[in-house]
Design a binder for this molecule. Structure first.
Ligand SMILES: Cc1cc2nc3c(=O)[nH]c(=O)nc-3n(C[C@H](O)[C@H](O)[C@H](O)COP(=O)(O)OP(=O)(O)OC[C@H]3O[C@@H](n4cnc5c(N)ncnc54)[C@H](O)[C@@H]3O)c2cc1C
Length: 390
């Protein structure tokens, strides 16, 4: 059975990006978010590391994150520990946060279709898009809209359907086990690299709900192994004890995918606009993308409203603002990402030894993918020093 819906803006994807676009569209502009999952914020496909300053600036309530001020890096034979005084980190409570973002939209203006998958779209002669969406409850429906926002994450479902883009050829693929925190300190996070994490890295994050998220991400196709295989080795070889954790028999499994490709500034294709992971806004060093998805999604909601209301410069503003914020830093970040993805465990030992010589600020800047000239010079200097003097 086929039935038809109309709106100004069809938003594909109900993750942080799509929900933030919806909540920041102006009154009088109608939107429909189609989200293929049956619930907002479940299943969890991400681990939620971010920065306190930024989540406060976004107005996220403090019961939705755990503050982290101790950060430990481990390679196979080296360790570097930092007390973070100034630029503290957080671990976001994903399901609660995404539901909070959804609740920022007035349900009267903004339709949210859960369990509904965007299939394809075609531009009609009148300039409107006719999109096919499918749900178990309603079968196939068509949505007629003037604009489509591709907020479908790594799927890039809309751009893919129109041949304007495609799914990324290089991807970070992650798996996470979530279980009670036990004695692990609630303010401490661990990042580990080397033989236990191959092309990617591992993390241990405590949450506000007193759980721990133990995750491993690898880059495909840089390695053929899946994160599950790498995690199985991690568990079987008993590495957990080194970080002060014990993995119980029962745990929840979270898994997800993030693009790992160079940043491209083009975000607008006539009346199709991409945002969030579909626009590759996540940082190339550690794959942090939630705050970017919220921030840029909110900008897009406002800019798209301005465009619809006659401001023809609004789309350029959206593209230029994002490029100014990310293009330069992400170029260096991506180079670093490619380089370190090929590190052997020995090289990781050297890298963590160098890391220990950086200041707290330099480390957080690197995690943020903020590459000032000073930071680039200093890491280069430390790299040369370790090459020649060990
Ligand atoms: C393993 C892992 C760990 C990560 N860790 C962190 C971290 O610590 N901190 C951080 O900030 N970021 C992290 N990220 C990145 C972060 O998850 C993303 O940057 C962020 O989720 C991007 O938001 P988004 O809304 O653009 O996309 P998504 O969160 O991917 O949301 C897109 C949604 O669209 C839906 N969708 C896709 N196709 C369709 C379709 N055809 N029809 C309808 N719906 C569709 C999907 O089901 C999905 O829910 C991690 C990612 C992974 C994979």
């Amino acid at each position: 059975m086929s039935d038809s819906l109309n709106c100004d803006v069809l938003i594909v994807g109900g993750g942080p990006a799509g929900l933030s676009v919806a909540s920041h569209l102006a009154d009088g502009i109608s939107s429909i978010v189609v989200h293929q999952d049956a619930e907002i914020g479940r299943p969890v496909r991400t681990s939620g590391g971010s920065f306190l300053r930024d989540v406060r600036a976004l107005g996220i309530p403090s019961d939705l994150y755990q503050v982290i001020d101790q950060l430990d890096f481990f390679a196979d034979h080296e360790q570097a520990s930092f007390c973070i005084e100034n630029d503290k980190m957080v671990v976001l409570e994903i399901t609660g946060l995404y539901r909070y973002l959804a609740a920022l939209s007035d349900p009267l203006d903004r339709k949210l279709l859960l369990g509904t998958k965007f299939l394809s779209t075609q531009k009609q002669q009148d300039g409107l898009y006719l999109s096919q969406v499918r749900s178990r409850a309603k079968g196939t429906q068509t949505v007629r809209s003037k604009y489509i926002v591709d907020a479908s994450g790594w799927h890039s479902a809309v751009l893919d359907s129109l041949g304007l883009g495609h799914k990324p050829e290089r991807m970070g693929v992650g798996i996470e086990y979530e279980f009670p925190r036990g004695n692990f300190a609630p303010n401490r996070a661990v990042l580990f690299v080397g033989a236990t994490a191959l092309t990617g890295y591992g993390w241990i994050f405590p949450t506000v709900g007193n759980t721990l998220r133990l995750g491993i991400g690898v880059i495909n196709p840089d390695t053929d192994l899946s994160p599950r295989q790498v995690m199985n080795h991690f568990v079987q070889d008993g590495h957990a004890a080194r970080y002060g954790i014990e993995i119980p028999e029962d745990y929840e499994v979270n898994a997800g995918i993030i693009p790992s490709v160079p940043y491209e500034s083009k975000l607008v294709y006539d009346t199709i606009i991409r945002t969030g992971d579909a626009a590759n806004f996540a940082s190339p060093t550690v794959g942090e993308g939630i705050r970017m998805a919220i921030e840029q999604g909110r900008h897009l909601g406002r800019d798209l409203s301005a465009f619809i209301n006659g401001d023809k410069t609004a789309f350029t503003r959206y593209e230029t603002r994002a490029a100014k914020k990310y293009a330069r830093d992400y170029k260096y970040g991506y180079l670093m990402n490619q380089r370190i993805a090929g590190y052997t465990p020995d090289r990781w030992d050297q890298a963590v030894r160098r890391l220990a010589r950086l200041s707290e600020r330099e480390v957080t800047q690197m995690l943020r993918s903020n590459f000032s000239a000073g930071l680039i010079l200093r890491t280069l200097y430390l790299s040369l020093r370790s090459k020649f003097f060990g």
